[in-house]
Design a protein around this ligand. Structure first.
Ligand code: AMP
Length: 368
């Protein structure tokens, strides 16, 4: 991920894909015009990188020139008028191929057609490296297309975001926040981990369970594990600072994620505030907090059952379980209001089969 001005962009089209498209265009164009000694006209600024790479693989006699389309606001009702600057050659009677980096709405195409027709060229063709069929609003045929792309804002390989990004050797796409970041909320034993395992597959999200990360560290005897164990074994919460740092590190490990499921985090108001602040610095945010609701007595039975197989000390002793519920009631329950104030709180019935509950959660997520 890279940042240009205020926005984040993620990798979209690799150098190999670009070079393949450029080579394909060069072949197609050569097939049609190689005998004609055409004039290639590059539309600056965006075309410079494509134009150079194109010329390296177009191995036939040709001329080349560059123009700019400058817009100025006329007084006519049509508003914006475009003017071609920099075309000094006499192109009458020549085969002209205009090369563009990208065509989206096609607005400048009208101008180009009008301008070149007036110059009495023999043949006029247009080639573009990138084409956005969903955005295109014109009838003109585009003679050569390197690759069709979805209607996304792209930068790199000559294309800019407010003048930055042109020198990137590959194409990046605006990282819009259609990222889904979920908090699975609920008391111990509510089924957060179980459901997260299904939801992460269904929505292609990265699952971060702070409890699992702690247990992994305990198992491996890390410093963090040793520290956390003393709290976890009693059913107390691990101190905020430790937990927050750990969570941030887990998020940082997944820069390409489509989104995250936070399971067991946040558990305190300080953690929730830290999470909001941290996500803001990454141009991310929480999409929804979804609570799985179930009765304490049912949860205690579930946890005791789980304790028989998991071996978790904190699942095997009813007093420890009750302590975890106390911790939840005192420190975690206030987050319901925290997320309600942000209009992000949802709750679903956590009693039923695993599939039924996944369906309930999915219907909340699909509405987001
Ligand atoms: P869990 O697997 O989510 O039930 O977590 C097991 C234990 O790990 C908890 O009882 C806490 O001791 C510790 N823990 C997990 N997540 C957090 C958190 N967000 N804040 C503090 N302690 C946590």
């Amino acid at each position: 991920m890279i940042k240009l001005h205020d926005k984040y962009f993620k990798k979209f089209i690799s150098q190999e894909q670009i070079q393949e498209a450029v080579a394909k265009m060069a072949m197609e164009i050569a097939k049609d015009v190689k005998e004609e000694q055409p004039i290639f006209v590059g539309i600056l600024n965006g075309v410079f990188m494509f134009f150079a790479d194109f010329m390296k693989v177009y191995n036939y006699p040709c001329e080349m020139t560059f123009v700019k389309l400058s817009s100025y606001h006329g007084t006519s009702s049509s508003g914006e008028i475009k003017e071609l600057i920099g075309l000094s050659q006499d192109i009458e009677g020549r085969t002209v191929i205009v090369l563009e980096d990208i065509i989206d709405t096609g607005n400048t195409l009208d101008e180009l057609h009008a301008i070149f027709k007036a110059k009495k060229v023999k043949d006029f063709k247009i080639g573009t490296l990138f084409f956005k069929p969903e955005a295109y609003q014109k009838q003109h045929k585009i003679d050569y297309i390197g690759m069709e792309i979805p209607n996304e804002f792209i930068v790199g390989y000559g294309l800019d975001y407010d003048e930055l990004g042109r020198n990137l050797p590959e194409v990046y796409q605006l990282h819009t926040n259609n990222m889904i970041n979920l908090i699975l909320f609920g008391k111990p034993g509510a089924g957060k981990g179980t459901q997260a395992n299904f939801l992460k597959e269904k929505y292609n999200l990265v699952h971060i369970s702070t409890g699992d990360v702690f247990r992994y560290n305990i198992k491996n005897g890390t410093e963090l594990g040793v520290l956390a164990k003393s709290y976890i074994d009693k059913g107390d919460l691990v101190p905020d600072e430790v937990t927050i740092n750990m969570l941030q590190a887990e998020v940082e490990k997944n820069p390409e994620a489509n989104g995250f499921i936070f399971d067991g985090f946040p558990r305190t108001t300080a953690q929730a505030e830290a999470l909001d602040n941290f996500l803001t610095t990454k141009d991310m945010g929480i999409s929804a907090t979804i609570a799985l609701e179930a009765d304490d007595e049912i949860l205690i039975q579930r946890l005791l059952e789980r304790g028989k197989v998991s071996g978790r000390a904190d699942d095997q002793d009813e007093a420890k379980i009750r302590n975890r519920f106390d911790e939840y009631n005192q420190k975690t329950a206030p987050l319901i209001d925290f997320y309600k104030k942000q209009n992000k709180f949802h709750s679903v019935n956590g009693i039923g089969t695993i599939e039924e509950i996944t369906v309930r959660l999915s219907s909340v997520i699909d509405e987001l």
